[in-house]
Ligand binder design. Structure first.
Ligand SMILES: O=C(O)CCC(=O)C(=O)O
Length: 264
């Protein structure tokens, strides 16, 4: 697994084009957004009446929509409903995902657009607040998973991402400290037969820990204002946290037409 650290928003395009061409699997870009904008994003998020408990048994709050476990029709319906509230997170501040779009345009000279289903469009971001884990007994805030099984499944028939050969997970940290809530990426991409055997086709979550026992990993000590960009086929997890952790994220894939599409 190839990992590299970058500094500054001007490096986002390099990180993405290197991951797209398999020169890199994991990139951590430091200092993407000034601290005042991270605070403004947090303030907008915490002030929003649309923030709600995550519906997927992961401890935290979410604003926006997630395609996880949903049919495309359900997901795109939620995108339409949540669009205005997602935009409000970036009111009067920097939108880190728009920085990604600009970087793709400028660095790769490819276009990026929302993934579509008919005339509906996917969201460009969602925001997640992870609740501090006070039980201390669990190693993970989010257990090991990968992001490819969620798109590479029959549920998504008729949605263009079903044809994607890759997926990048892009996470921007509006609030995080280096001590806990680390992003752990195992040097392991499960093949289709492993996903089938574990019955994880369609969701890719959670992978049993014994499968990962002998796998090496890197842990990104993510901090406020960092952006982590990873090849989402690798199994990854978030270690438990005792502090406030607010993440803005989305998925991006480069399609056979060479254009990029995003969704959440
Ligand atoms: O919060 C993070 O660092 C990564 C989150 C993640 O992997 C996910 O939401 O699927």
């Amino acid at each position: 697994m190839k990992y590299r650290k970058f500094v500054g928003a001007e490096c986002i395009g390099d990180a993405i084009s290197m991951i797209s061409s398999d020169e890199l699997d994991v990139a951590l870009v430091k200092n993407v957004v000034p601290p005042a904008d991270c605070i403004a994003i947090q303030k907008n998020f915490f002030g929003s009446e649309h923030r709600r408990r995550r519906p997927d048994n992961v401890p935290g709050y979410i604003l926006g929509a997630t395609h996880y476990s949903k049919t495309p029709a359900e997901y795109f319906m939620q995108c339409s409903e949540a669009r205005a509230s997602v935009s409000s997170i970036f009111e009067n501040t920097v939108d880190p995902m728009r920085l990604v779009h600009r970087a793709i345009n400028e660095k790769t000279r490819r276009s990026i657009r929302p993934s579509r289903l008919g005339d509906r469009e996917a969201l460009h971001a969602r925001a997640v607040e992870w609740l501090p884990d006070l039980s201390v007994t669990s190693e993970f805030l989010l257990r090991p998973h990968e992001d490819f099984s969620q798109i590479d499944c029959s549920r998504n028939e008729g949605w263009e991402v079903r044809d994607a050969k890759n997926v990048m997970a892009i996470n921007f940290y509006a609030s995080a400290d280096a001590v806990s809530g680390r992003l752990r990426i195992y040097d392991y991409i499960p093949d289709t037969s492993t996903r089938d055997r574990l019955e994880l086709q369609g969701n890719g979550y959670p992978y049993p820990l014994d499968l990962l026992e002998n796998k090496t990993y890197i842990e990104l000590a993510v901090e406020t204002s960092d952006m982590a960009i990873i090849n989402g086929k690798y199994i990854h997890a978030v270690t438990s946290t005792r502090s406030k952790r607010v993440v803005i994220n989305c998925f991006v894939a480069q399609m056979s037409s060479s254009e990029y599409v995003y969704w959440t």
